[in-house]
Design a protein around this ligand. Structure first.
Ligand code: ZN
Length: 312
């Protein structure tokens, strides 16, 4: 049984208006779902993805009025966004500089060309040339030309205090394979692959001592991994239980089923099903245009809408 890649990554924003403007405007991603945090309905949960909201393309944000993240170990320290080709990297470098985005240098890392940057709240991201690997679904209404659009997530970079303990869970419980190591700014990085591997199915793990991160705005909340169907999802629940990994048990998120647990250094992981997907409660053509609520929250729509701040 293999996970098949990154499913989504959920981060934290204390500025949902700016967040929406940055991810849809500057980055040209599609807002595919505007909903609320199912555990705290006063907060938006915004999902940005490709045209079809494919699993593996969703970058999502909880709108929490939190203090900025205190950076440190035991956290997700950077998130990869895939683009195709060095011409696209040059396009993005120019675009981000012109937009006043805090942008690093184009550099080869782990054999791939990369461009690190941060959003306005310090969210650490990196554009990575995936060489056009795999399918992509550009969005016709994006502010970015189709050939330069973000194609999906991957890889995700973790910093942990004790790499050995994290590695053991990745390989022994989650069936990932340690495929290679590389050095980044003289720091060794271990690469773990899911399933058939590839850029959309990798975790890069760094051992970092020092103070622990304190989660907050501009930081990451959790990363989710793909499982193809309900049968394998149920098997993952069983596998975590048999391995003695404390977990949430089955959680139906309506757009997908979720299973949450913490890896040994405390980073929150999720295993999520590919389906049913975001077009389950609104047409693909108009995804994200109005507030979507799962059926169990629909009776509280008036109250929930009154508690949310307008996004524009
Ligand atoms: Zn999630």
């Amino acid at each position: 049984m293999q996970l098949t890649g990154i499913h989504h990554l959920t981060a934290i924003s204390a500025k949902p208006r700016e967040n929406l403007a940055f991810y849809t405007g500057v980055l040209g991603m599609r807002l595919v779902k505007k909903t609320v945090n199912q555990d705290d309905v006063s907060a938006y949960h915004l999902f940005y993805a490709d045209a079809k909201a494919n699993p593996g393309t969703d970058l999502t944000f909880f709108d929490f009025p939190a203090a900025p993240e205190r950076r440190g170990t035991n956290s997700i320290s950077r998130t990869g966004l895939r683009i195709a080709g060095t011409a696209s990297l040059a396009f993005w470098h120019d675009r981000l500089i012109k937009a006043g985005v805090k942008t690093g240098k184009v550099a080869e890392v782990d054999g791939r060309m990369t461009l690190p940057f941060e959003d306005g709240e310090g969210q650490r991201l990196v554009l990575i040339d995936d060489g056009g690997e795999g399918a992509a679904s550009p969005w016709e209404k994006s502010s970015i030309p189709p050939e330069h659009q973000i194609r999906g997530l991957g890889p995700v970079i973790l910093s942990v205090h004790d790499l050995g303990r994290t590695a053991a869970v990745l390989t022994d419980v989650m069936n990932m394979t340690r495929v290679r190591d590389y050095g980044y700014e003289d720091v060794p990085v271990q690469v773990f692959a899911m399933g058939e591997g590839g850029i959309a199915a990798e975790l890069h793990v760094i051992e970092q001592k020092g103070p622990m991160a304190r989660q907050g705005a501009g930081g990451v909340h959790h990363v989710a991994f793909r499982t193809p169907d309900n049968a394998q999802y149920a098997a993952w629940v069983q596998r975590l239980n048999e391995s003695g990994v404390p977990n949430s048990g089955e959680v139906d998120r309506f757009y997908f089923r979720s299973l949450y647990f913490r890896e040994p250094n405390g980073i929150l992981f999720e295993i999520a099903t590919d389906g049913p997907g975001f077009a389950t409660d609104e047409p693909m053509e108009t995804l994200g245009e109005k507030l979507a609520l799962p059926p169990f929250l629909e009776p509280r729509r008036a109250e929930i809408e009154a508690g949310l701040k307008p996004l524009s």
